[in-house]
Ligand binder design. Structure first.
Ligand code: NAG
Ligand code: NAG
Ligand code: NAG
Ligand code: NAG
Length: 224
């Protein structure tokens, strides 16, 4: 009888662990959105206006990363210069950005790192390390921002931030009422779609807990 009670208690703990894990997983579903918040906090601390999170711009930032993956240098910079035309001829069509709404790109920052850093560390340790990039973040010209993030297969993590000086709400509009074209890898800001990159550890944790819960239930069942 005692053993059965103990079984229930442990089983209950494992189940609640699982629920907590699932709930907290939702909170940091998309690191690209977190980086946008960090950029805006950094701007508002200087009394600069917040930038609108634009999903079309975010998707193009992910496309930029897609083109530049494999060009990560030893000092976390990306040695990559996509031709100007690629924005309108490759990135926008691949995202489903309606071409007549294509606005002005007023700045970009890219960076890479062999291991995953959370967005605030990526911001201060990779992306915005010197005065030049900080002045890009704090430019008065920008009105919108988009962030793309991807991990190449077993390789480094890439981040790209695109800024635009376009009219908010009417630039980089995604076709299909804002849906655009679904991207295969990585994630971008302006959507609630979860990222496949930074989620690995959390996912593994959940799987281990599920297996352990099932195993323990089985043991309890045997001893009943
Ligand atoms: C390191 O970064 C600088 C630019 O900040 C670049 O000029 C240089 O080539 C980089 N070095 C390596 C080894 O990639
Ligand atoms: C990536 O790096 C390679 C070799 O350094 C270079 O040939 C290529 O042009 C780079 N890709 C882009 C898009 O700049
Ligand atoms: C803004 O970013 C810069 C560069 O990473 C950092 O030195 C500064 O402390 C940040 N400011 C705020 C208010 O977060
Ligand atoms: C953009 O749209 C949001 C809500 O969708 C609205 O609150 C905001 O005022 C709009 N901004 C402009 C510049 O039209």
């Amino acid at each position: 009888m005692r053993r059965t009670n103990l079984c229930y208690i442990v089983w209950f703990i494992l189940c609640s662990q699982l629920l907590i894990g699932m709930a907290s997983g939702k909170d940091h579903g998309n690191p690209a959105n977190e980086l946008v918040d960090i950029i805006n906090e950094n701007r508002t601390a200087q009394k600069l206006p917040r930038l609108k999170d634009n999903a079309g711009l975010g998707c193009m930032a992910l496309q930029y990363v897609e083109e530049c993956k494999g060009n990560c240098t030893s000092n976390n910079t990306v040695s990559c210069r996509p031709p100007e035309d690629d924005f309108t001829e490759v990135f926008a069509p691949n995202c489903g950005v309606e071409l007549p709404t294509f606005g002005t790109i007023s700045g970009h920052i890219v960076g890479c790192q062999s291991k995953y850093l959370d967005p605030s560390q990526a911001f201060s340790h990779i992306l915005v390390q010197d005065k030049n990039t900080l002045s890009v973040v704090r430019s008065k010209e920008h009105t919108e921002v988009g962030v793309g993030l991807m991990r190449t297969h077993k390789g480094p993590f890439f981040w790209c931030i695109l800024f635009s000086s376009g009219q908010t709400n009417s630039t980089f509009v995604l076709e299909g009422g804002g849906k655009g074209i679904q991207q295969k890898k990585g994630c971008y800001s302006g959507t609630s779609i979860q990222c496949s990159g930074g989620q690995k550890i959390h996912f593994l944790n959940t799987v281990v807990t599920v297996i352990f819960t099932i195993f323990f239930s089985y043991i309890c069942f045997l001893f009943q």
